[in-house]
Ligand binder design. Sequence first.
Ligand code: ADP
Ligand code: MG
Length: 633
Amino acid sequence: MSQPSRIKQLDERTIGHIAAGEVVERPAQVVKELIENSIDADSSRITIEIERGGFDLIRITDDGSGIHEHDLSLSLDRHATSKLSSEEDLAAIGTLGFRGEALASIGMVSKLSISSRPLGTEGRKIVMDNGNKGKIEPAGVAEGTSIEVSHIFANQPARLAFQRRPATETSKIVDVVVSHAISHPEVGFRLVSDEKTILEVPAVDEMEDRLYDVLGRQAGKMIQISEPPGDSDAPGDENWSGWISTPDITRGKGDEIHILINGRPVAAQPFLQSIRRGYRTRLMQGRHPVAVLLLDLPHDEVDVNVHPTKREVRLRNSWRVLERLERSIAYTLESTPTEPESSGGITGITSLAPQAQERRVVEKPAWAQTAQISLTGDKPIDVKQKEKPRPISKSESSQTTITGTEAIAPALSIAERELHRHAGHDTEDIDNTEPLGPIINDLPAMEPLAQFADSYILVQAEEELLLIDQHALHERIRYERLRHDESLWQAQERITPVPLDLDARQVARLEARIDDLTNIGFVIEKKAAGFSITSAPALLCASELEPFMHDILLDMSEDGAPLETIEQRKDHLAFLNSCRGAVKANEKLNLSQMRRLLDDMRRIPNPWACVHGRPTAMRIPLNALDHHFGRHG
Ligand code: ADP
Ligand code: MG
C-alpha cells in the first residue's frame, strides 16, 4: 500500500482559477454575468458590443448606479458583493447576482477593465489582467459603468481549445441578450457584433411591446395564457402568466421557450414536458411551441443558489407548479381556437381557428379560389344586409347524398394518427345517447340539408351555410359527454380480469402508484402469474384496458411525477376516448343522426374546435354567396 498523500490548503489564486472554470466557461457566459450586473444596478440602457464572438472583445456599457471608487478593487475579489450581507438574505434573493464571483472569475481568465462613474462623481477605472489587479486611475466616462473583457482564455490553452466557432458564440450571445431583453422590458438593449447592430430594443412599459420588438410578427400569433376558473383557489401562492404560440407555430427545439422565475431567466428544460402536455396531442412528436412564461412565487419557495451560473433553480413545490402550468396551457388552448371575429348574421359563428384558416387557404379546392376571402370569413365583405328575412331551406325527407367525391382531410399529426388507429371500435349509437343538457352557446337552431362525400354535413344556420366535419364535431360532443357523465367513471368490476403484460419499469411504476390508480377506478391485483385488472371505469371496454394502462404508466415515468389530479386524468381519458367511437369520415349518416349532432352542438361550450384543436365547421354567409354570384346591386 502507498502512503497517504498529505492535505494542504490551496492558495487563493488556485482557488480563483477553479471557481473561474465554473463561472466563465465561454464568452456568452461572461456576457450573461455582465448584463445581470447592469440590470442589478438599475440601468435603463445597456449596450453590448462584441468582436469575433466575444473572443476578441466584450464591452458592456450601462447607465446604472455605478461602483463606488472605494469598492472598485473589492468588486474584483471573490465573494465580495453589494447584494447580500448575511446568510439569512440567501433565503430571499431579489437580485440576479449574489455570489460575488463573476468579476473575480472573469478577471482571472482575461484582461478585464472596469470603468465606473456613480452619479455626481469623477470616473475611475481598474484593470485586472489574468488575476493581477492594477491600480485605480481616473477615467473619462459617462455616468454608469463600462466593462471591457479582452483576450479571454488567452492564458488557458486547454479552455480555448474547447471553444466554439465565433459565429456559434455570437448566436449564443444573441440568445443571452434576447432572454434578458424579454425578462426586462423596462431596460433598453443594444447588441453590436463586429460593429453591426444586430439587436436594438427600446425600453418599454408593457411586456407585449417587448415581445413584438424581440419576436417580431410571430408575437402577434401568441395567445395569453389564463388559468382555469377555480384554479386561483387551488393551494399555493405561485402564479403563471405569459404567452404561448398556437399549435401551428412550432420549433424543433425548445429554445424558443423562455421561462422567467421572478424575473430571472432560467433553463427551460425542466418545464418542457409540462408545456407539451398542456398542448395535449396538438403538437407533433418532437416539436415545441414558442412561449414566454412568467412564474411569480414567494422568494423563499425558489432556491437559486444551486448552480454557479444560476441557470438552474430549485422549486420547493415543483410538481404543483408544473401541474398548474399544464392546466393553464390546456385551458387556454381549449378555450381559444374559437370565436375570432364574427362577420355574418349569427353571433359567435366563426368557424376557423387561426391556424386552420391558413391551412384552409392552401387546401381550398379550385372552385373556391375566386371566393376565397368570403369563404373563409376572415375578411368580411361589406355588403348590404337584406331587410326581409330570407327563405329557410328544408331538406327532403329522403336524404340526398352526393357521393363519388373523395373527401379531403388535412394531414393528421402522429398522435392523432395513433388515436385513429385505436379508433376501430363501434361507432357510438348517435340516436340513443343521453341528451347533453341545456343549450349553452349562441348557435341558432340548425337544419341539416345533406351530407357531402359522406364526411361533411351541409347545414342551414339562419343566414349561413355551414360545412361541418362530422367526425370533428362528434368527437367534441363525445368529449363533453364522456367528461361529464359521472356514471361512466364509476369503477365497474370485470367478470374476467384483464391480464397486464408489463416490463420491469412499468411494474415498478405501477407498484409505486397503485393507490392513485384505485382512486380513478382501477383495481389491480397481483397474482403469481402477474398483474391483472379486476375493476376499471365503466367507460373503458376490455380491449382498451391494457393500452390505457400502458399510457398511464408512461405518464408516470417522470421521477416522482404524481398521477395528476383525478380531474385531469378524467380529461385525458375522455380525450382519448372521444375519438374512439366518434363517427368517421366516409360514414353515411341519416338526417335524424345529423339533426341529433346539430342539436348537441348547441349544448357544448366550445363547438368550433375538435379536441385536437382543429375546426369543426366552415361558414359561408349567404351575403358572401350573393356577392360571389353578383346578386348585389
Ligand atoms: P455579484 O453580482 O454576485 O454581486 P459580481 O462579481 O458580478 O458579483 O459583481 C461584484 C459587485 O460589483 C456587485 O455586487 C456590484 O456591487 C458591483 N458591480 C458589478 N457590475 C456592476 C455594474 N455594472 N454597475 C454597478 N455595480 C456593479
Ligand atoms: Mg454579478
